[in-house]
Ligand binder design. Structure first.
Ligand code: ZN
Length: 223
């Protein structure tokens, strides 16, 4: 059993994952949000108590409840499929046939190996084959999949797959550039490094199209 545990730790530190679905159990949503909060509250209190903290202190009293609510409602709220934003599309009436890029989407996620923040930017692009999607919907899709215990590679793929499904085209791409606090603030403690992941579907696999997308990302937005 010790070997298994070591292997998992290694996998965790290398941020390895080979699947675009989160490892969620089939009974994941049998408990209501409130039931989960009640349980997690006790778990957090247990961790703090084990660490030797005095939970009767005014400053710590509310912490288990705050953390439990934050886990269920906020930072891991995207695990709940009912919270998925609607991805309704509309007809491309103005016949815009070029690439659309939504860049610098603020990204807050949580590394599932250390439960520490991933903070960065996502850049998403698609080429319409008849359907278009509201711009803010792209931000919402990024945010939804980010609000889970995540691996950056998987998150990048999930954003692309969701947009491909909604838009009915393979021509979708996503680049994420993010800092992982598990690398920046602990372990190797490298504050400067960031992780870039990309997923290019359909036409974005073509060198010229990919280049155009990457050039747009580099554009500095001044206003
Ligand atoms: Zn990590």
């Amino acid at each position: 059993m010790t070997t298994d545990t070591n292997n998992f730790d290694e996998i965790g530190d290398d941020h390895y994952s080979n699947s675009a679905t989160n490892p969620v159990r089939s009974d994941a949503f049998e408990l209501t949000d409130d039931e989960k909060i009640e349980r997690i509250k006790k778990d957090v209190a247990q961790i703090l108590t084990t660490l030797g903290m005095d939970l009767s202190d005014d400053s710590l009293k509310g912490t288990p409840n705050r953390v439990a609510k934050m886990f269920v409602k906020e930072i891991f709220g995207g695990l709940n499929p009912y919270k998925k934003p609607s991805t309704s599309t509309f007809e491309n009436n103005y016949k815009y046939g070029e690439m659309l890029v939504e860049k610098n989407i603020t990204l807050y996620s949580t590394c599932e190996h250390h439960l520490l923040p991933i903070v960065g930017r996502a850049h998403v692009a698609y080429i319409s084959n008849g359907k278009v999607i509201g711009l803010s919907k792209m931000n919402r899709i990024v945010d939804y999949f980010a609000r889970r215990p995540q691996v950056q590679e998987r998150l990048t793929m999930q954003i692309v797959q969701e947009l491909q499904k909604a838009l009915g085209t393979q021509d979708v791409a996503c680049v994420i550039d993010a800092k992982h606090l598990c690398v920046n603030s602990r372990g190797i403690r490298d504050i400067e490094s960031s992780t870039v992941t990309s997923e290019f579907g359909g036409k974005f696999k073509e060198e010229q199209v990919r280049r155009e997308f990457l050039d747009y990302i580099k554009l500095e937005t001044k206003f």
